[in-house]
Design a protein around this ligand. Structure first.
Ligand code: C2G
Length: 717
């Protein structure tokens, strides 16, 4: 007997379907049927669904040709449902094993029972057993809005006869907010709603919030008109119900205040399109809700009601100015950001001023440095500004040194025609249209990047937020430097970058062609405090997304066998350790003085490549650059499987393409170095192929070519 009809609606969610359906098949309570309405998917969903249907008799799949929207799909699901209860589940979400059991057990005589919606657990699996037994509370009339607030119909068990008696259906004209048109009437006269307070339902992440967003990630140009229509429809339907009136009115005012008015200010072209609906909505508002608003909002509501568009625009602008001023007084950074927006960006732009920044101010290094030094060498008549965390740092030339996040940082970014930067910028740094942003990036990718990553496992963000912010950032770039053809393809896709890619090799590698001679190497060794009578092994690993102290500060556990290395290699070699710039842990090398040198804070790794005879790395892009020197590379990849298969994913078959041995144990490193000539010989052909593919553009002139392309062209424009 199938007591529950689980209605799953799907549109192009092939990546998530299996997880969703397996979570149903694994239920501790099995008296249910699954009705899957495929709403015209164009991806591989159909095949996956058919396979599930073939294997499980209580799964019924209905594939439709045309995409008609979630509301239609759910209504169609209800028509097919035969159970005593219905339950909606989205194809990109999934449920805990005990969900249906708990719901059936606790619904009692109530017409519906509501469960909470939890975000996908990222760090650890939810321990379901520990959460049981369930705690059920009853939401009384006053706090029923708690259920409305989520604006979603999923994870609610509802009696089918309740749906039939009230004639409930989803309003098919709506795309995003149709759930409320079903749910509000469903609870209209239900005094006490049983509410399950344990994790039962998990929202899946959206892997492509830009090109394939879930409904909730649609942009406001789509969501706002949908909201306006939903509001007008429900307010007219439930004119007599004071509870619904007041809930919807408060919700509308919040939405108007936080989302709609801001969006309209930034996209004034929508004023004419939406204003009539806005007036209609405000005229439907419950009077008390307007009275309870603050003075400024109340004024706006009154002006909207009277249809005075210009007055409304003016009042919104005044409110926003007032709000921004209050914000600006909250702290130094808030003040600088406001100055950036409303004062500095209005100053004239200096057409000969260039701002440089490398790794968010952490160093004077990388591609920006190489471009800067070439501009200096050419005697180009520009005014240079370097953004640094440490402004005491000595740098050549007469560049102005500006501390990152100081008021000058904002001032120079706002007033310079050119930005030459190698990493992401904060989202609040918006760019003037006249500014030319030359994004140099900082490495050939082995590990998946930006939109190509499936799930993002970094602290302080979510997959959706990370990818959306990345996208907003990359859309500011005007030129993007690429080190090789392989990277060009990846960058265009992963950054969703549509403007000009400068496929000219890496400026930071110019030095590897210009200074690869004994006298330069000897003076670099002196500068670094390294012995000249020993060969140098450089260990430069990357960071791990899931090993961190906090956002932007990562841990590193040194797994090299320093003792064994010193014993066997100490007569001929020294070991230089170079941590990635995101690593915050300091290394303990006490007792290894004279053999181990920690140069993690040395500015530019390119100079370290020049002095090194052997590189040990892992998945860091450093090996693509070091390969230009045609010196041996060893890969110490003790966590290869995890890094490749769960953490990041790679773009190519690393173990087949790597231009050196893949070593999983620390002892193997020492062995490979003892017989380094033999090791290199074994990898000669592979090294050659690797060099051809990844180093084919580097020849020591990348900076020159970029300067020609960007600065000459832009100054002519
Ligand atoms: N780097 C360094 N020292 C290390 C590791 C990296 O100085 N121990 C520098 C190198 O210039 C390297 C760059 O930082 O090329 C990027 O480091 P990766 O380890 O490749 O990692 P990530 O910062 O995640 O950038 O497209 C490539 C990437 O985005 C990778």
């Amino acid at each position: 007997m199938n007591r529950i009809s689980v209605i799953v609606t799907n549109f192009n969610k092939e990546d998530y379907l299996e997880r969703c359906l397996l979570s149903l098949l694994n239920q501790t309570y099995q008296q249910f049927e699954v009705i899957i309405i495929d709403d015209g998917s164009t991806d591989g969903s159909g095949e996956i669904l058919n396979a599930f249907e073939r294997m499980h008799e209580h799964i019924h799949v209905y594939l439709y040709e045309e995409n008609k929207g979630a509301a239609w799909a759910r209504n169609t699901g209800i028509e097919k449902a035969k159970g005593e209860f219905i339950y909606f589940l989205d194809a990109d979400d999934y449920v805990a094993p005990h969900t249906l059991e708990l719901m059936v057990k606790h619904i009692g005589q109530a017409p519906l029972l509501v469960g909470m919606i939890s975000p996908t657990p990222i760090d650890q699996e939810v321990r379901y057993e520990e959460e049981l037994p369930a705690s059920v509370s009853f939401l009384k009339e006053k706090i029923r809005t708690k259920v409305f607030r989520r604006k979603s119909i999923v994870n609610i068990l509802m009696r089918k006869d309740h749906v039939e008696r009230l004639g409930l259906s989803f309003h098919e004209e709506l795309m995003v907010y149709s759930d409320l048109t079903f749910f509000i009437p469903a609870i209209q006269n239900v005094e006490h709603i049983p509410y399950l307070q344990v994790p039962t339902y998990f929202r899946g992440e959206c892997y492509d919030p830009i090109d394939r967003p879930s409904l909730r990630y649609l942009t406001n140009d789509v969501k706002i008109p949908d909201y306006l229509s939903m509001f007008i429809y429900l307010m007219n339907e439930f004119r007599e119900d004071s509870f619904i009136n007041s809930y919807l009115s408060v919700d509308f005012i919040n939405y108007y205040y936080k989302t709609m008015s801001t969006y309209l200010t930034n996209n004034p072209e929508f004023w004419d399109v939406w204003f009539d609906s806005l007036v209609e909505c405000v005229n439907l508002l419950d009077k008390d809700s307007i009275e309870n608003c603050g003075f400024l909002t109340k004024r706006e509501m009154k002006a909207i009601r009277s249809g005075l568009k210009r007055t409304v625009m003016k009042r919104i602008a005044q409110r926003q100015t007032y709000h921004r001023l209050r914000q600006a007084l909250k702290g130094r950074q808030a003040l600088y950001k406001e100055l950036y927006r409303s004062v500095f960006k209005k100053r004239p732009i200096k057409s000969n001023r260039i701002v440089f920044e490398s790794f968010s101010g952490k160093g004077y290094s990388d591609n920006p440095r190489a471009i800067y030094e070439e501009l200096l060498a050419q005697g180009q008549p520009y005014e240079f500004v370097w953004i640094l965390n440490d402004v005491q740092k000595e740098i050549p030339g007469n560049a102005k040194k500006v501390r990152r996040l100081s008021w000058k940082y904002y001032y120079y970014l706002a007033t310079s025609k050119y930005w030459v930067i190698n990493a992401r910028m904060p989202n609040y740094i918006t760019k003037r249209p006249e500014t030319v942003f030359l994004q140099t990036w900082h490495g050939t990718p082995l590990k998946k990047l930006a939109a190509d990553m499936k799930e993002v496992r970094m602290p302080g963000t979510t997959t959706e937020r990370y990818k959306r912010n990345f996208y907003l950032d990359s859309q500011k770039w005007d030129y993007l430097v690429s080190p090789n053809d392989y990277s060009t393809d990846i960058f265009k896709r992963a950054f969703k970058f549509k403007k000009e890619v400068l496929d000219v090799g890496y400026p930071r590698n110019d030095v590897l062609y210009q200074k690869n001679n004994p006298s330069e190497i000897s003076s670099l060794k002196e500068k670094m405090g390294l012995p000249k009578d020993k060969k140098i092994i450089l260990y430069a690993p990357t960071w791990r997304d899931d090993e961190f102290h906090k956002k932007g500060q990562y841990k590193f556990d040194l797994k090299l066998d320093l003792k064994g290395m010193r014993e066997q290699l100490g007569d001929d070699y020294v070991l230089v350790l170079r941590m990635h710039y995101l690593i915050a842990d300091s290394l303990n090398i006490d007792g290894y003085e004279g053999f181990v040198y920690n140069l993690s804070s040395y500015d530019d790794i390119a100079e370290m490549y020049l002095v090194s005879d052997i590189l040990i790395t892992d998945y860091s892009s450093v090996f693509f650059d070091f390969a230009n020197l045609k010196r041996p590379i060893l890969f110490f990849t003790y966590d290869l499987e995890k890094y490749r298969d769960t953490l990041r994913g790679f773009y190519f078959n690393f173990t087949e393409v790597a231009p050196g041995p893949i070593l999983l144990e620390a002892e193997e490193i020492t062995k490979a170095i003892v017989s380094i000539d033999h090791t290199s010989q074994q990898f000669e052909d592979r090294f050659e192929a690797f060099f051809e593919e990844f180093c084919h553009l580097d020849d020591g002139t990348a900076s020159k070519r970029i300067i020609e392309e960007v600065f000459r062209n832009e100054s002519i424009k």
